[in-house]
Design a protein around this ligand. Structure first.
Ligand SMILES: *Cc1c(COP(=O)(O)O)cnc(C)c1O
Length: 389
């Protein structure tokens, strides 16, 4: 089932044929041992991707459910949470915490900027924080967190480190086994969803809990949810033929295929490819006289917020792109109308980006902003090659 459009938004991302084929396989019973085998393999690959000796949970839901599941199982009602926000999705944890009765404090970065470790430290010094949430790549600003700086800062104060990997997992390294400086300074939870850098249609919430996070759940009296309680899911994730709630069978087929694709590419190669694509896209866009909202040092490898030259009509521009088969997303909140978001993650080939750059350049030209799109494509290719070694 070849894709007819180029879906270059920050998720869902283009779905490759192998995954479409897997999704359309005959539905089995959720207690069938053959299905259990497929699911177990996918879970093992997920543990490998996150390099964790903890537990991973893959259930029906979107990224927002994964955010809620991560908090519900680690921070009890009335306990304190620090939210490190680099934009719209960072802020989403405020609502999630509120619904769960968690006492949340927010460190909100000016849009386009990162929160400095010193700001986090100042908050954590006040004491009593059970956990800190950090958004790996915020989809509203195109800003990525610097884990090398932020993880040790948080862990120094003993709080759990919860990473929102929606828009990052499968495209950026999220290594839960990695010690950030000191032996036990590790990422405790990574939560994500199927439809971004993993490249499966929307429908799955994925959460990995490391040993410290599991210990934290074990000490809690209960969880403010039945469906999201990992104690209900834990036996099922160990033996997927067991029943708690019916698995999204065909989504798991698709997910298992995606995990095979990631393993075959190799995580190191995949992360390098994403970093190179990000650099190449940003350089190509700049060569067309447009700016990227996030500064180069903090820009996410998986998506870009691209600012128009003065005078481009956003709705018209994106409508023309859509007619040409290129789907991009609008900017959010105070940035709305000023540019567009381009997703560049998942199971993509570089041809799609070259084509997209051509269409973007051609359309700008038609709207009275002549640019050299052939040069932009060449810049993309050169910068990619230079960085993908
Ligand atoms: C997309 C996204 C979410 C929300 O995921 P849904 O699947 O839409 O619920 C959360 N966090 C980040 C960083 C995202 O990019």
């Amino acid at each position: 089932m070849p894709n007819k459009e180029m879906l270059l938004i920050p998720g869902p991302t283009p779905v490759v044929d192998e995954i479409y084929e897997a999704l359309s396989r005959e539905t089995m019973s959720h207690t069938d041992m053959r299905f259990a085998g497929i699911f177990s393999e996918a879970l093992a690959q997920t543990r490998k991707m996150f390099n964790t000796d903890g537990e991973v949970f893959v259930i029906a839901g979107s990224g927002t459910l994964a955010m809620e599941m991560a908090l519900a199982n680690t921070v009890a009602r009335g306990e304190k949470l620090l939210i490190v926000s680099h934009g719209y999705f960072g802020d989403r944890f405020i609502g999630v915490a509120k619904a769960l009765g968690i006492e949340a404090e927010v460190l909100a970065a000016e849009w386009g900027k990162q929160i400095e470790p010193s700001q986090i430290e100042e908050k954590l010094q006040q004491g009593g924080y059970k956990a800190v949430t950090v958004t790996h790549a915020d989809t509203s600003t195109g800003v990525a967190a610097n884990l090398d700086k932020v993880v040790p800062t948080v862990k120094k104060y003993g709080a759990l480190f919860i990473l929102d990997g929606v828009c990052a997992s499968g495209g950026l390294e999220e290594d839960m086994g990695k010690a950030y400086g000191t032996d036990d300074y590790k990422i405790d939870v990574v939560l994500t969803a199927s439809q971004k850098a993993i490249g499966v249609p929307p429908g799955l919430a994925i959460v990995a809990f490391g040993p410290k996070a599991l210990e934290s759940r074990a000490k809690m009296d209960g969880v403010n949810s039945y469906y999201m309680d990992i104690n209900n899911w834990s036996p099922v994730m160990k033996e997927p033929q067991k029943y708690f709630a019916t698995h999204p069978i065909n989504m798991i087929y698709g997910y298992a295929e995606a995990m095979k694709i990631i393993a075959a590419e190799g995580t190191a190669a995949r992360y390098r490819r994403h970093a190179a694509i990000g650099k190449a896209i940003r350089a190509a866009v700049r060569s067309m006289g447009m700016n990227i909202f996030a500064a180069e040092e903090v820009a996410a490898p998986t998506l870009s917020c691209i600012l128009y030259p003065e005078g481009v009509n956003d709705a018209e521009f994106r409508a023309v792109l859509a007619k040409k088969g290129l789907i991009v997303a609008g900017l959010l909140a105070s940035l709305a109308g000023k540019g567009f978001r381009l997703g560049h993650m998942g199971n993509t080939t570089n041809d799609i980006f070259c084509k997209a750059l051509e269409i973007i350049g051609e359309t700008l030209g038609e709207m009275g902003f002549p640019v050299d799109s052939a040069k932009a494509v060449q810049v993309f290719k050169d910068v990619f090659t230079e960085n993908n070694k």
